[in-house]
Ligand binder design. Sequence first.
Ligand code: CUA
Length: 195
Amino acid sequence: MNIHTYEKVWLVAAMVLIVGFIGTIAYGSTGVGIAMISDDEETIDPNALDDDERFADPRVEQVGENEYEVYVVAYQFGFDPGSEQITEPIVVPENSEVTFYVTSEDVIHSFSLVGTNVNTMVVPGEVSTMRVEFDEPAEYGILCNEYCGAGHHSMEGMLYVVPEDEFDIDEQDDESEGDRDEATQNTEEPAGEDE
Ligand code: CUA
């Protein structure tokens, strides 16, 4: 059988493309920094977060010289800490290694730092864990990108990475300025603003 040279070239090109596409999908789903919320970790009771030592008082905690742990509760519709209008923003210093532990007290949300690859689903009963290094001062928006109800579009927060000399862990120990339970009730008032 005689195959025209151009046809051979395009056959090979098509093969290379197919292998390439499979390769990028395989890398994209298993590559560095991508993981599923662990199935092996212990689950937690989303209705009893107040009894859990990590999430009863969501907070930023210093655990080493440049190491911090941040415990965040996602709820309809905000992050505690994170949503600065309702509770307080998250503040960490530059040159730090921060591990985020995020859980939900109601429905499935997500926790995403805008403009970065920090992005996880937040599932009631599961604790999503991510370690992130912050090298320089920056501001990141926090967004929920799983549709979670009428106020989904308003579910947002802020993460501030501040210069080391401006960071004071003691300020972080303050009680939340607001109460997420009150905030939750407010969103149940007759709708009208929601679009
Ligand atoms: Cu929470 Cu969308």
